[in-house]
Design a protein around this ligand. Structure first.
Ligand code: FE2
Length: 364
């Protein structure tokens, strides 16, 4: 068994101001964000004030949208190279953090194209990466993964030890501004990471402990948070849950629900966490057929797997309507069967079973 999570993680309220010097990983920073979240949460101001205090020049690239594309990361790489930035500070949800990771590798290896990122034998160096999450879901602040959207529209993750952030600052205060929908969709992404980690063939005794704690925290505090969005105590619990779940997938990777969900996000516009979590009970039931021990923790927490589904329904995870054409079902099931997620998912799967899963989701 290996437990590998080399990121230095600082956690707590106003944590950046208490460990300012740790943020300085070079002589000129590229700050990578989306259009809004880094600004409205106060995280960007906190980062800039530290850089100003240490007289570290910076360039701010704020064009990362949801599900980052090759164009977005190539533009970031060009800005980083042109301005000779030597470290990256990524602020936001999973998209800016994942884009920041890709930009850090592409800048350190200017001859690479984005497709080269997916084979980590192509590079052995990256710029240092600092991560400041403003949502509680992705866990990207403690993982060696980054998910990009390829020009053909497929979402795909790349993995390298080099993209574990060097340092991450997890401050629940930045999460107080998330609206109800974003709170839900990001939290159920974290829940998916923890549950998939438990079910995965790659689960370990340590990842299982982290996963169990993460799931319990989300079970207890997500419904409360959805009713009281500005409660910083609840936000703290979800922030820890999400980072624990990130530490889980740093060991286990994700399994089938993520692969199933990617298609719905890209083709139906359903947010990542929600698109993934809707498949958790279905996959848990399949896993139970092969290995009942794998679902014992879930059954302890929720009572039964049906109760797990009821919990997800109650908090609004299934509140959408989608329909699929036969062509879509054919394409999605083909892509899912070819995805890497399937090999670490206990159970037996074929195209028809995958199609049935999509049909069940469409009916809800
Ligand atoms: Fe995810």
């Amino acid at each position: 068994m290996l437990y590998n999570m080399p990121t230095k993680l600082y956690y707590g309220k106003n944590i950046i101001s208490q460990h300012k010097d740790e943020m300085i990983c070079g002589e000129k920073a590229l700050i990578v964000t989306g259009k809004n979240s880094a600004k409205i949460t106060g995280a960007l101001d906190d980062v800039i004030s530290v850089l100003n205090e240490f007289k570290i020049p910076y360039v701010h690239y704020d064009e990362i949208g949801e599900n980052p594309t090759y164009d977005m990361i190539l533009k970031g790489r060009d800005i980083c190279l042109k301005n000779e930035c030597d470290f990256v500070i990524a602020i936001g949800g999973g998209s800016p953090m994942d884009a920041g990771k890709a930009i850090a590798v592409l800048t350190a290896n200017p001859d690479l194209i984005p497709d080269d990122l997916f084979d980590n034998n192509n590079y052995d160096v990256s710029l240092p990466i600092v991560a400041v999450p403003t949502t509680a879901g992705t866990g990207s602040e403690v993982t060696e993964y980054a998910v990009l959207t390829k020009p053909n529209g497929r979402k795909s993750g790349f993995k390298s030890n080099l993209i574990f952030p060097d340092v991450s600052f997890l401050d629940p205060i930045y999460m107080l501004k998330m609206n109800k929908n974003l709170t839900l969709t990001t939290a159920v992404d974290a829940l998916s990471h923890a549950v998939e980690g438990l079910l995965s063939k790659k689960s370990t005794p340590i990842s299982n402990i982290l996963a169990r704690e993460s799931i319990e925290l989300i079970y207890r505090y997500l419904p409360k948070t959805l009713e009281d969005l500005e409660n910083v105590e609840y936000r703290e619990k979800l922030a820890i849950a999400s980072t624990l779940a990130g530490m889980v997938i740093a060991q286990t990777g994700t399994i089938l629900p993520h692969s199933l969900g990617y298609r719905i996000t890209i083709h139906k516009g359903i947010r990542h966490g929600q698109a993934t979590a809707i498949f958790l009970p279905l996959i848990a039931k399949e896993v139970k057929k092969e290995n009942p021990k794998k679902v014992e923790t879930l059954e302890k927490i929720f009572g039964t797997l049906d109760n797990f589904e009821i919990f997800l329904k109650k908090i609004g995870t299934y509140n959408f309507n989608i329909v699929f054409t036969e062509e879509e079902l054919e394409l999605f099931s083909e892509e899912v069967m070819n995805s890497s997620h399937i090999k670490n998912t206990p159970g037996n799967y074929d195209k028809n079973k995958i199609k049935e899963m999509y049909k069940k989701i469409a009916k809800i």
